[in-house]
Design a protein around this ligand. Structure first.
Ligand SMILES: C[S@@+](CC[C@H](N)C(=O)[O-])C[C@H]1O[C@@H](n2cnc3c(N)ncnc32)[C@H](O)[C@@H]1O
Length: 203
């Protein structure tokens, strides 16, 4: 997937997930679980491949101190606009998820969110992303990854459970749950996303 080109031509169907009530309810339930029994502020959260910042802004509204990182500058410009109009505080960083320390994202993140970056990467990149997350996440952190299953399809390669596990040595998959996202019918037929949330905690 060439994200730079996609943003340049205004192709970003993943943003439709925000207006899909079953998906929005499910992601909210995922966040509720991490906040359960606590009061805001919840601590540092890292939104990987933040895009236009939809979910980073949601986390900030809920009381997380959010850093969003993306490799595409146009996406970050859109995220800046969204953050400004939402009136929240989100730090936006231009960087690669496979080199988070070099990008200067910070450390000690309690929550690491990825809604759609990991499963587009090749094996070496996925493993680098896992290593970098391990380096910047707090010892009690949760990682939430939205993953399409591995399948022959255009644009997104997907990842199997064993590929998730291989990229995160030292972490345990605690839950795998359907995201309930319903893309437009044509994308459903073409891409068969069947996406799931992977929740990981350190072993
Ligand atoms: C499917 S989009 C999801 C965007 C956003 N999380 C959302 O749900 O609206 C994947 C995002 O990952 C970003 N991305 C892809 N590869 C990346 C990399 N190696 N480092 C940082 N960001 C990357 C893309 O630019 C894009 O914004």
């Amino acid at each position: 997937m060439n994200y730079r080109f996609a943003y340049a031509v205004g192709f970003h169907p993943w943003e439709d997930a925000e207006g899909d009530p079953p998906f929005a309810e499910k992601i909210s339930e995922m966040f509720d679980r991490e906040e359960s029994g606590r009061e805001p502020p919840y601590g540092p959260a890292l939104d990987l491949g933040t895009g236009s910042g939809i979910w980073g802004v949601q986390l900030a509204k809920r009381g997380w101190q959010v850093t969003g990182v993306d490799i595409v500058e146009k996406a970050l410009r859109r995220a800046h606009d969204r953050v400004k109009s939402a009136g929240v505080d989100v730090r936006l960083v231009h960087g690669d998820v496979t080199a988070l320390r070099k990008a200067g994202v910070g450390s000690d993140f309690q929550l690491v969110l990825d809604t759609g970056t990991f499963h587009g990467l090749n094996r070496a990149q996925r493993e680098a992303m896992g290593r970098e997350i391990s380096a910047v996440a707090a010892s009690e952190a949760t990682v939430l990854l939205l993953v399409w299953p591995r399948r022959r399809r255009p644009l997104i390669r997907g990842a199997s459970r064993s590929e998730v596990e291989a990229a995160f040595p030292g972490w345990k998959v605690t839950d795998v749950e359907a995201s309930h996202f319903h893309p437009p019918k044509i994308l459903e037929l073409l891409l068969k996303p069947d996406e799931h949330w992977y929740r990981l905690r350190r072993e």
